[in-house]
Design a protein around this ligand. Structure first.
Ligand SMILES: NC(=O)c1ccc[n+]([C@@H]2O[C@H](COP(=O)([O-])OP(=O)(O)OC[C@H]3O[C@@H](n4cnc5c(N)ncnc54)[C@H](OP(=O)(O)O)[C@@H]3O)[C@@H](O)[C@H]2O)c1
Length: 247
């Protein structure tokens, strides 16, 4: 694939599966998440399956901390030299609570946490990605951003109770995708979103322990890798790809 990719939230779940898939297709991948043991475990596992020049490095970092987005790109440059050409904005947190029963303080406190990682981080990383790619290569350097939204963030889909803050953040990601796709077009940068339904990960197990789904992180990773590969998805930009589970 010959890409250098950043995958946020790569310590587990969809992010770890995406890192594994991209490295198995020959990409150089940087993963980032807070839990050091999970970052290390993913790096060790992916090194065993990387192919055709594929490689992986891990960074344990809280992406909602000040200046972390710049530090992440500096880390990638130090490890892999050339510019980052694929950005997978995957890290996110959830919050489940009945809206009307929450206090104003609860809403504000949880919204600040959610918006910091689910919205602000993807915005700042996308800014860093576009700015650095243009500076390094000039306009028309192929690059691609893949934002992980959720079926809950797509207008008109069925919503589940208790997820107002999370769904609000995932709808914002779709707006961001469409807006950045327009700005990316003259620069040669494609921007797309993936909106999965229920996927068997820790996030789902915590938010809805009763739910069972056959959709795996690897299923989502295959879609992400197709969007990351400009040969597989040339000209595809500004789209939201829905992944429907068997629920
Ligand atoms: N699972 C589903 O059913 C489902 C459905 C639709 C959409 N999605 C979306 O898919 C994406 C991946 O979710 P998942 O199910 O794989 O969840 P997950 O298993 O909880 O993984 C989330 C990852 O994000 C990292 N992360 C969270 N906060 C972070 C921070 N402040 N800084 C750095 N890393 C952070 C987590 O690591 P640390 O906690 O160690 O930092 C973890 O590696 C999310 O955007 C989610 O909204 C999931």
């Amino acid at each position: 694939m010959g890409a250098t990719a950043i995958v946020t939230g790569g310590g587990r779940g969809i992010g770890a599966a995406s890192a594994e898939r991209l490295a198995s297709l020959g990409a150089q991948v940087v993963i980032v998440s807070r839990t050091e043991a999970e970052v290390r475990a993913t790096v060790e596992a992916v090194r065993k399956t990387a192919r055709d020049g594929g490689a992986i490095e891990g960074f344990a970092l809280d992406l909602s901390a000040p200046d972390s987005t710049r530090r992440l790109f500096d880390f990638a440059l130090e490890k892999f030299r050339g510019p980052v050409t694929v950005l997978v904005n995957n890290a996110a947190i959830g919050y489940v609570t009945p809206f009307a029963e929450s206090t104003r303080e609860d809403i504000l406190r949880e919204w600040r946490k959610i918006q910091a990682i689910n919205i602000e981080t993807p915005l700042l990383l996308s800014h860093e990605f576009m700015r650095r790619l243009v500076k390094a290569e000039g306009p028309s350097r192929p690059g691609t951003i893949i934002n992980i939204s959720s079926l809950g963030g797509v207008t008109g889909t069925e919503k589940f109770p208790g997820l107002a803050l999370y769904v609000t953040s995932k709808a914002a990601i779709i707006g961001m995708t469409e807006a950045l796709a327009v700005e990316g077009k003259p620069l040669g940068i494609r921007v797309n979103a993936v909106a999965p339904g229920a996927v068997d990960t820790e996030m789902l197990r915590k938010a809805a322990p009763h739910l069972r789904t056959e959709t795996t992180p690897a299923d989502v990773a295959r879609v992400i890798s197709a969007l990351a590969d400009s040969r597989a998805s040339s000209g595809v930009t500004g789209t939201v790809i829905e992944i429907h589970s068997n629920l």
